[in-house]
Design a protein around this ligand. Sequence first.
Ligand code: NOJ
Length: 533
Amino acid sequence: MDQSDENWWRHGIFYQIYPRSLQDTNDDGVGDLAGIIQRLPYLKDLGADAIWLSPIYPSPMADFGYDISDYTAIDPLFGTMADFDALLAAAHDNGLKLILDLVPNHTSEQHPWFLESRSSRDNPRRDWYIWRDPRPGGGEPNNWLSEFGGSAWSYDEATGQYYYHAFLAQQPDLNWRNREVREAIYDVMRFWLAKGVDGFRVDVIWHLIKDAEFRDNPPNPYHVAGRPSHETILTRYSTDQPEVHEVIAEMRRVTDAFGARVLIGEIYLPLHRLMAYYGNDLKGAQMPFNFALLSTLWSARSVEKIIEDYEKALPQGAWPNWVLGNHDRPRVASRVGREQARVAAMLLLTLRGTPTLYYGDEIGMHQVAIAPEAVRDPFEKNVPGIGVGRDGCRTPMQWDSTRYAGFSSVPPWLPLADDFMRENVVNLQSDETSILNLYKALIRLRKECKPLAIGSYVPIAAEGDLLLYRREAQGQSVVVALNLGAEPVAVTAGAIGSGSEILLSTFLDRKGEKLEGTLDLRGNEGAIIAPPH
Ligand code: NOJ
C-alpha cells in the first residue's frame, strides 16, 4: 500500500487485535503490546495494512478495557507508554497503520472525572455524567435498560440521585451535551493523533447523545423470547439522536486536522439509520462499520439482498466496508460452519469496500465452549445461560502446537480451543491448501487486481446456493462464484465465457484452470474467474 495515499483506508485490509489474546510475552497469561510487536511480521506477511487494537488503557477491567480510568496512558497489564511508542514505530516501519479504540460514551466508575462527579451535587464535574432525580414517588428516572442486564440507572445513596449507564454500573455514561466533556475527549484524541496514530474506532458512537427529556423508551413488539431482557424495549430515546451527528462532525474535524486519518464508527443500526453516520457532505465517520454479515442468514439470496440493499443505500461518494467478525459476536467459523468459513473469506475479500478481519478468523478459529467456572465476560455473568457470552470468540491466538499454543508459557486467561494442536499458524502455514493460505492468496489477489480493489459491484444471480457477481474497473472485470451449500453446483451463466480462467478457488487447487462455458463448483467451493482474454 502507498503509505502517502490520502485514501489509504479505502485500499487497506484492516485487522482487529484483541490485545489480551494475541501474544503474551511476560508470562501472565494475558497478551501484551510487546507480543503485538513480536507478531507484526506475521500480520505483514498475511497482508494486513492497518491494525485496530481493542482498548489498552488503564482499566479496572470490569468490561475488559471498555471501562477506562485514564484515557492517555497504558494499562500495566499491556505494558508501558514506551512499549506503545515502540509498537507504533514498529507498525509504521512495517508499513502498517495503527488504529486505537476510543471509548467516549462512558468511563470507568474509577475514572477521576466520575469520582469527582459523584462526590457531591455541586462538584464542577457533576454535569459531566448523567445524573437524574428519582421518579416522583421513588424509583429509576425512566425505563431505560442496561445492555448488560437490569436497569440502566444506579442509585447513589450519598447524593440521592441516579446515574445512567448504558452498559455496566461500573461504566457510567458521559454527558455529551456538556461542552467541557466534548473538549476533554477531543484533547484525548489529539494526544494520540499527535503521537502518530492513524485513527480511531469509536465505541458505541450511536449512543453518545440521549434524549434531552429522557422520555421512556417504547416496548419492542418484536422481542424474541429467550433473547436478553434489554431487548424488550426499543432504544428510541436512549440512542441514535439527531444531535449525535454534530458531535461526530466535530470528532472528524479533530482527526482531519492531523491529515489522512480515519474515523470508524461502531454502529448497530438498520441500514437507513446507519447511512446518516457518513455525515452531511461525508463529514462524519469515513467508515461507519457495516455489520450486516454478522447476523445474516447464510443463504445466497439473503447475502445478495444484504449487499444490494447496502450498495443502494450508500450516500453518493461514500465508501463501503464489510465486517465478518469481532470481539462481541460468535466466530464466523461457528456461525456458518468450518467448510463455509472459506467461502465467507472469499466473500469478505471480494466485496466492494474495506474489509475488517478479526484475529484468528484467518486460521479458522471457532467459538470455544466456556465452562461456567471459566466465564470472564460480565455480559454472560449478568445474563447467564442464553448464549450471549463473548468469551468464546476471545480465546488465545493459536500459534503452534506447544503447550499453550505459543500464546503464553502459563495457562492463558481464557481456555484454548481443544483443536489448537492441529489448527495453528505453524501447521497451517506449511499446509498449502489451508484456510490461512487461502486468506493470504485472497488478500494478494485483491491487491493486484483492480476490479477487486476498486471495481463496481454488479450482481448476476442468487439461485439456490449459488451467489454470483462481477466486479468491474477500468474495462477489466472478474466474476465471483460462491457455493453457499454442501452440494455441487454447475454455473453455466453467460458470465462464464468459454476460455475463462480460474484465478483462485477456495480449495486452492484450480488456479489457471480454463473453463469451457461451465464452472463446476464443488460443495462449499468459491471461485474467482477472469474472463477470456
Ligand atoms: C462495544 C464493545 O465492542 C463491547 O465489547 C463493549 O462491551 C461495549 N461497547 C461497552 O463498551
